[in-house]
Ligand binder design. Structure first.
Ligand SMILES: Nc1nc2c(ncn2[C@@H]2O[C@H](COP(=O)(O)OP(=O)(O)O)[C@@H](O)[C@H]2O)c(=O)[nH]1
Ligand SMILES: [Mg+2]
Length: 332
């Protein structure tokens, strides 16, 4: 088949589940070059609103907690149950620390070699806001390619956990029994975004300690959620290394899914996700149009100089540039 339109080839390839073309589309989405961004927007537009039928699971926790290893095991478990699994590993620290993205891919090597899975490590250079939008679009692309179970791995408790929570349906927080500070932080803020607490590396000598911590966390979880939501975040003990506790974790995920569907939460969640996507797309589109505006470009350096010298306040400078932009937009 000949096709003069490379984007049509891309769109058709994604729909057909071609992993190589899916990867290329995600590269476009993540690219900082204006031309790539425009192509990415066009691809997303042609793919349409999407079915939104995928199950999206965020996996957060400190580096080394065993997130990637756990996804490798859980992903294979899901594949055996007929799911098509995609993993987006978003690691804001990966570029600075070097090589941990490679680490993620090697941790998931068994999952990666299965014919029907897709694994994508994404170094992000610490831009959290950008991460969120790019990840959201990458999820959309994976779903368009027929992946119905999407894991988003991200480092950390706190800001990046909040960010990933806005993209997914269930948030797994992976912690270790000896992470004292983190455990007390979880006890305080458990109700915020965590849906399931996973105490990983509950093997060997650590097992007894993990059981103790699990009991503490279960009490905290009940307190944390009281009166807010009927969902009680379960605490699951796992060993990704020995592949134990995986059935329990799978069951906890299924239970959370049932809770989301039964309570109408899933519909609300999807609407929240679409609302956030609309707003992010508008932000990006406006910024893009602004930065490509010729009148703005011509005046920018001079305005910036006035702001730097203190002759003009930053607010007044921004207003002047925005007025230039809006005048031209109005006169069309
Ligand atoms: N003992 C033990 N080690 C584990 C377990 N899960 C992961 N690991 C090891 O912990 C290290 C970090 O795992 P990784 O999955 O890369 O953690 P991530 O940074 O959270 O993705 C690796 O050496 C793993 O082999 C587990 O359940 N038990
Ligand atoms: Mg990892």
């Amino acid at each position: 088949m000949t096709d003069a339109d490379p984007l049509a080839v891309l769109v058709r390839g994604i729909r057909a589940g071609d992993r190589r073309l899916l990867a290329r589309a995600i590269t476009l989405v993540e690219s900082s070059q204006a031309g790539d961004a425009a192509e990415a927007r066009e691809v997303l537009k042609r793919l349409g609103p999407g079915s939104d039928n995928g199950i999206r699971i965020g996996v957060t926790g400190a580096p080394g907690a065993g997130k990637s290893t756990l996804i490798d095991v859980l992903g294979r478990h899901a594949t055996e149950r007929g799911k098509r699994v995609a993993v987006l590993a978003v690691d804001p620290s990966s570029v600075a620390s070097g090589g941990s993205v490679l680490g993620d891919k090697t941790r998931m090597v068994r999952l990666a070699t299965l014919p029907d899975t897709f694994i994508r490590p994404s170094p992000t250079r610490g831009v959290l806001g950008g991460t969120t939008r790019h990840t959201r679009e990458a999820i959309t692309l994976c779903e368009a390619a027929g992946y119905d179970l999407i894991f988003v791995e991200t480092v950390g408790v706190g800001q990046s956990e909040q960010a990933v929570a806005s993209l997914v349906d269930s948030v797994l927080l992976v912690v270790l029994a000896d992470a004292g500070d983190e455990l007390s932080a979880i006890k305080r803020g458990l109700s915020e975004v965590t849906d399931i607490v996973v105490l990983n590396k509950a093997d060997g000598e650590r097992r007894a300690r993990a059981e103790l911590r699990a009991a503490e966390l279960r009490t905290a979880a009940r307190v944390g959620r009281a009166g807010r939501d009927t969902w009680q975040p379960p605490v699951v003990l796992t060993s990704a290394l020995e592949e134990s506790g995986i059935e329990e974790l799978w069951a906890a995920l299924a239970a959370h899914r049932e809770h989301l569907e039964g309570s109408g939460r899933l519909r609300a969640l999807r609407q929240d996700q679409r609302r956030a996507a609309l707003s992010a797309a508008l932000d990006a589109g406006l910024k893009d149009a602004f930065s490509r505006d010729q009148a703005v470009a011509a005046a920018y350096a001079a305005v910036e100089q006035h702001v730097l010298s203190g002759a003009l306040s930053p607010n007044a400078g921004a207003e002047r540039l925005l007025e230039l932009f809006l005048d031209r937009a109005r006169s069309g």
